[in-house]
Write a protein that binds this ligand. Structure first.
Ligand code: SF4
Length: 319
């Protein structure tokens, strides 16, 4: 049998679909938006019906035998048919349905989403201190995110935390965030800032390298590196008292060589790589051959070595 059309010469396959449900958000984080407080929006625009997404994922799953799907945004908790969507995706036999969220609206939705079939959630939490939280997100009330974390844990969702570390904005939060994560026995991943959207040409002004983050953690904890799993985005370390933390280091420790991610936005556009701005439009009526060609096109977008920067906004495509 000939090799499948949608692998590349480096044996990379699409196994993990990141599905962006909306391009709006209720926070205004400086790494994602221009960080203007007055741009926070109450979004009443029409959204795609859950069946639009379910039908697209169904044809992709038929071809790719997806192992996991991650719901992103913008902010996916703003997607009004989220429980119906998760239920529909579960019925496609995709068992790992996960989400990345800012957690602001999570406390009141966690139980419904767990019942619908959500398995795990990565919650963005860039600061414990209220003033620093405001400096990053332009919203007050970090406690709403903390309540969301606790609600998710209580209901039995698997939880990780994500913190984008930016120079002169929230470096001071590295240890407090870690202490909080360890107190809840959950894994926190720090992220190097990415040159996406409005930061495409200025991310270096905010860049904090993996080694610098490790140096700060070493002032309080002893740790050793854990072996990386294939296609993982993060490197992980374990402290001498058994807690785990990770770093997603797009710049210092790139992970393109075994990247298995495919992205789909709320307009039905696929992207094979975050570094590529050329959308590949699909619809659920595509025949098998046409879809295979589009998947091959998406695969060719992948970078070989590392993320190369992009005009794409994280609001549209997730991180
Ligand atoms: S830059 Fe592209 S190929 Fe590299 S890890 Fe990101 S999405 Fe994958």
């Amino acid at each position: 049998m000939p090799p499948m059309q949608y692998t590349d010469p480096h044996n990379r396959m699409f196994k993990n679909l990141r599905l962006s449900l909306t391009d709006t958000c209720n926070l205004n984080c400086v790494y994602c938006t221009l960080g203007n407080e007055d741009e926070i929006i109450a979004d009443h625009r029409p959204q795609q019906n859950a069946h639009f997404f379910i039908d697209l994922v169904a044809i992709l799953h038929q071809k790719l035998k997806l192992e996991s799907i991650r719901l992103t945004g913008g902010e996916p908790l703003l997607y009004r048919q989220l429980p119906q969507l998760i239920q529909g995706l579960s019925q496609l036999n995709i068992h790992n349905i996960n989400m990345t969220s800012n957690g602001f609206l999570l406390a009141r939705q966690a139980k419904t989403l767990k019942i619908a079939g959500l398995k795990s959630i990565n919650i963005s939490l860039d600061a414990m201190d209220e003033n620093v939280f405001y400096a990053v997100t332009k919203r007050k009330n970090v406690n709403r995110v903390l309540d969301g974390v606790d609600a998710a844990l209580q209901i039995g969702l698997s939880v990780k935390l994500n913190a984008v570390i930016m120079k002169d904005i929230n470096e001071s939060e590295i240890l407090p965030l870690l202490d909080f994560a360890f107190s809840r026995n959950i894994t926190l991943r720090f992220l190097e800032v990415m040159a996406m959207g409005h930061l495409n040409n200025s991310a270096q002004n905010y860049f904090v390298a993996q080694q610098h983050i490790l140096d700060i953690i070493a002032t309080k904890y002893q740790f050793k590196i854990v072996e990386r799993k294939p296609s993982a985005t993060a490197n992980y370390w374990q402290t001498t008292n058994g807690h785990r933390f990770g770093i997603i280091a797009n710049e210092s420790a790139p992970f393109c060589h075994d990247c298995n991610r495919l992205r789909l936005d709320a307009k039905g556009n696929m992207y094979g790589c975050l570094s590529n701005n050329n959308p590949i439009s699909i619809d659920s009526k595509l025949d098998s051959e046409a879809l295979a060609q589009k998947l091959q096109q998406a695969m060719q977008q992948k970078q070989l070595f590392k993320f190369a920067g992009s005009e794409l906004s994280m609001l549209e495509i997730g991180g």
